[in-house]
Design a protein around this ligand. Structure first.
Ligand code: EPU
Length: 424
């Protein structure tokens, strides 16, 4: 197993480019099941999660090829298989995104329930209720969702639960609705840029979707979808992670090739913490403060601060002047990184039943101290890397497997900006 060894204390500087979005690429790849002709997707990052989804798609009769120029080509070569296996789907929840496309295109599906994961209980009830409303017959048998649908029928469906709209649920239902008979209306749908990107990809293949980026999406079903060539959006979570890396080291660097509006809430919070932000339409230059100002952060659905950047914020605020609080309305238990950040001398109190408000209290310290730490999920790993960049001495982040699932060469990018980071 590979680890990362970081010698902290070097302010980052220079310019680095953002990769394509993981969470846009995955549902878009799954949606290629719907296409009658080959599709070509540009900007798909080289990630373990992308490889896992490619393996799931291959097992479903899709030929997936990386072209020399980095593009990804997907074409159906066998439309009979309908089973997405537990072994693969349990490795990556986004595998569940094949359910909607399979029901719509092949009329049958057998997709493993993804199960729990390190960031908490992650139910799929909203996916199943909405697909059922579109006419799919679904049952859960031996850990699999087994479904049938002759031709799906448009309906009004609801995509929000107690924690807000579901992102991959909206993706699944959008894919199911595009070739359903008649009109569908998706209410309280996710408005994340990745969902908008999927919708645009489907429209590029001939779908008729309106209202993308708003909570009410209208879909006029079409007979079938053709092929398409499509470029996915930049990864806003990677961009925000890189900016926080610059900020935590008190450096000055530019993150290029992103869409600044996608991280408006993050940029505003960075400014509140004392960072200087200069934006162009495609880049952000950040100058970090000597020490950040404390503030209260709450992760919320888009356009709020994303849950996928909450752990990285905690690393940053652990060095703030004063006391901050952090909560996560999307995944209220996504605090597995607290214990590991404390190993780096952060002063953090996890939410306790007594206080009952789900907030983590971070009492800023002047210095973090390097240590060996282990992460249990992707974004927690990124938070530990950021903390290591600022900590005194050497930090070893064990098991880069998680980082490689969702960041394209994060360590190499940080090294380009001057970080002392190597794989061991
Ligand atoms: N929820 C339900 N029922 C459902 C589905 C979700 O109650 O049927 C709840 C969840 O438990 C959670 C909330 O609704 O409390 C939102 O979950 P959502 O379904 O939106 O999450 P997801 O679609 O499974 C995607 C991203 C996650 C990201 C979340 C929230 C992908 C492949 N994954 O997950 O990304 O944290 O949206 O923005 O797009 C990551 O990249 O590290 C990551 C975990």
């Amino acid at each position: 197993m590979e680890h990362l060894c970081i010698t902290g204390g070097r302010p980052l500087s220079g310019t680095i480019a953002t990769s394509g979005s993981k969470n846009a690429a995955l549902p878009i790849m799954a949606a290629s099941i719907l296409a009658q002709q080959p599709v070509r997707i540009d900007g798909v990052p080289q990630l373990r999660d992308v490889c896992t989804l490619a393996d799931i798609l291959r097992s479903l009769g899709i030929r997936v090829s990386r072209l020399e120029d980095g593009g990804l080509e997907l074409a159906t070569v066998d439309s009979l298989p309908v089973r997405a296996d537990y072994e693969l789907v349990s490795r990556m929840r986004a595998g569940f995104c094949v359910l909607g496309p399979l029901l719509a295109r092949r009329g049958r599906a057998m997709v493993s329930l993804p199960g729990g994961c390190a960031i908490g209980d992650r139910p799929v009830d909203l996916h199943l209720a909405a697909l059922t409303a579109l006419g799919a017959e679904l049952k859960v048998e031996h850990g699999y969702v087994v479904g049938r649908a002759k031709r799906l029928v448009g309906a009004v469906v609801q995509l929000s639960g107690p924690r807000g709209p579901t992102v991959t649920g909206t993706a699944n239902v959008l894919c199911a609705a595009v070739t359903a008979r008649g009109q569908s209306v998706l209410r309280e749908a996710a408005i994340e840029p990745e969902v908008v990107d999927l919708g645009r990809f489907l429209n590029a293949m001939g779908a008729r979707i309106e209202g993308l980026g708003t909570p009410t999406i209208a879909v006029e079903g079409v007979e079938q979808l053709g092929g398409s060539r499509y470029k996915i959006i930049p990864d806003r979570i990677e961009a925000a992670t890189l900016l926080l890396a610059v900020a935590i080291t008190g450096g000055r660097a530019t993150v290029d090739g992103l869409v600044p509006e996608h991280i408006d809430a993050v940029l505003a919070a960075l400014e509140r913490s004392g960072c200087r932000i200069d934006t162009t339409p495609h880049s952000v230059c950040l100058t970090g403060p000597q020490r950040p100002r404390a503030q209260d952060i709450c992760a919320r659905p888009y356009p709020g601060i994303p849950t996928d950047i909450q752990a990285q914020w905690m690393a940053f605020l652990s060095l703030a002047q004063g006391r901050s609080t952090i909560c996560d309305e999307v995944f209220p238990g996504r605090f597995m990184h607290v214990g590991e950040l404390k190993r780096l001398s952060a002063r953090i109190a996890a939410p306790d039943a007594g206080r009952g408000d789900g907030r983590v209290v971070v009492q800023g310290v002047e210095r973090l101290a390097g240590a060996t730490v282990t992460a249990t999920d992707l974004r927690a790993s990124a938070a530990l890397v950021l903390a290591g960049l600022a900590a005194e001495g050497e930090t070893v982040v064990r098991d880069v497997y998680h980082l490689d699932r969702g960041y394209e060469g994060l360590d190499a990018k940080l090294a380009t900006l001057g970080a002392a980071i190597k794989r061991i």
